[in-house]
Design a protein around this ligand. Structure first.
Ligand code: ATP
Length: 345
C-alpha cells in the first residue's frame, strides 16, 4: 500500500493562489475526501497529485519518494473524472482492458483481470455490452474498474458521482467505499458534497480559499469543527455570537450559558451547536427563552425554529420526542454544554 505526503504545495495562476501552502500526510490505505466550496482549489490540488498540473512550489511525495517532476504516465495512478471519458466505440471489457493493452499485457492477462474487475463491480456478465447501452451507475462502475485495471498505487477521483441522481449517488458512495476497503487502496476523492465525504472518508480535508481549514476524521470534523467556516460547511449548525463577562461566564444573546467554556483568554467567539443537540423545554427551564416561529415536520424528523431575542435557533427532534410544538408557542431552549463548541469565529 502506498502513502502520500504533500509538502507545502502552492499553485499560482498569475497573481492568484489557487492552492496556498498545503501540507498533508496520508497514511497507506486511507480514503481521503477533499471537500470545500466551488473554487477552493480541490481540483487543482488533485491535478497536482496526479501530475496534470505542476506546483509553483512544494513537493508531492509517494512512499518517501519525491515524484513532483515525474510525468503522469509514470506515476501508476488510477484516475476517474466527472466526465468518465469511456471509449464509446469499445465494449465494457475492452474499455477496462485498455490500460493493460497499452502496457503490453497478454490477451490472457487482460481477460483474467477484466473478469476479476467485472465481478468486483457487480457487472460479471457485461463484458461484451457496448458502453452506450449502460445506465449512469453502470458507466460509473466501468470507469472505476478501468482506473483500477493496472492496480494503481493511488486512486484519484474528481467529483466521480456528481452526474448521478441523488438516490443512485448515495448507493454508489457506499459501493465505492466498500470497494476501496476491499482493495485497501489509498484513495483521494474531490467532492463538494459533505454527506458524500462523511459516508466515504477516513480523513476529510476541508478546504477554503486554497488552504486546508481542517483535516480530521469525519466525526471529529462534525463534532469538533476548527472554526465557523468548517462548522457551517459540514452539516447544519446553529452559530451564536458569545462573549465572556468579567466573572468568566459565557453569555449568548444576553444570557449566561452555564458550563460552556471559552478558549483560554478569549473574550468573544462563536458558539456552534448542532440542531439535534438543542433541547426544547418548558418556558423558563432552558437557559434561553423564545417563541416557536415555524415547525417543519419531515416525517422522520421535526425541525423546530425558535426565535430567541431576534436570533433563530433550530432544534431537530423525532416525532417520538416532541410532536406537540406549534408556531407561536413559548418555549425554553437548553444548550447542553458537552455538545456546544466555542469557535474562533
Ligand atoms: P469546483 O468545485 O467548482 O470544481 P474547485 O475547488 O475544484 O472548484 P479549482 O478548479 O481547483 O476549484 O479552482 C481553484 C481556483 O483556481 C478557481 O478560482 C479557478 O478559477 C482557478 N483556476 C483553476 N484553473 C485555472 C487555470 N488554468 N488558470 C487560471 N485560474 C485557474
Amino acid at each position: 500500500m502506498t502513502g502520500l505526503a504533500l509538502k507545502a504545495i502552492t499553485k499560482r495562476f498569475g497573481d492568484f493562489k489557487a492552492v496556498d501552502n498545503v501540507s498533508l500526510d496520508v497514511p497507506p490505505g486511507t480514503f481521503v475526501c477533499l471537500l470545500g466550496p466551488s473554487g477552493c482549489g480541490k481540483t487543482t490540488l488533485l491535478r497536482m497529485i496526479a501530475g496534470l498540473e505542476e506546483p509553483s512550489s512544494g513537493a508531492v511525495v509517494v512512499d518517501g519518494q519525491d515524484i513532483t517532476a515525474t510525468p503522469t504516465h509514470n506515476r501508476d495512478f488510477g484516475m476517474v473524472f466527472q466526465s468518465l471519458a469511456l471509449f464509446p466505440h469499445l465494449n465494457v471489457g475492452d474499455n477496462i482492458a485498455y490500460p493493460l493493452r497499452i502496457r503490453g499485457a497478454s490477451k490472457a492477462e487482460q481477460s483474467a483481470r477484466v473478469d476479476e474487475l467485472l465481478k468486483l463491480i457487480h457487472l460479471a456478465d457485461f463484458a461484451k455490452r457496448p458502453v452506450a447501452k449502460l445506465s449512469g451507475g453502470q458507466r460509473q462502475r466501468v470507469a472505476i474498474a478501468r482506473a483500477l485495471a493496472i492496480s494503481p498505487r493511488l486512486f484519484l477521483l474528481d467529483e466521480p458521482l456528481s452526474a448521478l441522481d441523488a438516490k443512485l449517488r448515495e448507493a454508489m458512495q457506499v459501493e465505492l467505499r466498500q470497494l476501496q476497503q476491499q482493495l485497501g487502496i489509498t484513495t483521494i476523492v474531490v467532492t463538494h458534497d459533505q454527506r458524500e465525504a462523511m459516508t466515504m472518508a477516513d480523513l476529510v480535508v476541508v478546504m477554503g480559499e486554497g488552504r486546508i481549514r481542517q483535516a480530521a476524521p469525519p466525526v471529529e470534523i462534525y463534532r469538533r469543527p476548527a472554526d465557523s467556516f468548517v462548522a457551517g460547511f459540514i452539516g447544519s449548525t446553529n452559530l451564536l455570537a458569545v462573549e465572556s463577562d468579567s466573572a468568566g461566564r459565557v453569555t449568548a444573546l444576553g444570557t449566561a450559558l452555564p458550563d460552556v467554556a471559552m478558549a483560554d483568554g478569549a473574550r468573544a467567539g462563536t458558539l456552534s451547536v448542532r440542531p439535534e443537540d438543542v433541547q426544547i423545554t418548558a418556558p423558563g427551564e432552558g437557559a434561553l427563552d423564545g417563541t416557536v416561529t415555524f415547525v417543519r415536520d419531515l416525517g422522520g424528523t421535526i425541525e423546530t425554529f425558535v426565535d430567541v431575542s431576534g436570533a433563530t435557533i433550530v432544534a431537530v427532534t423525532t416525532p417520538r420526542d416532541r410532536a406537540d410544538l406549534v408556531a407561536g408557542q413559548k418555549v425554553g431552549v437548553r444548550i447542553p454544554a458537552q455538545s456546544a463548541v466555542v469557535l474562533k469565529s
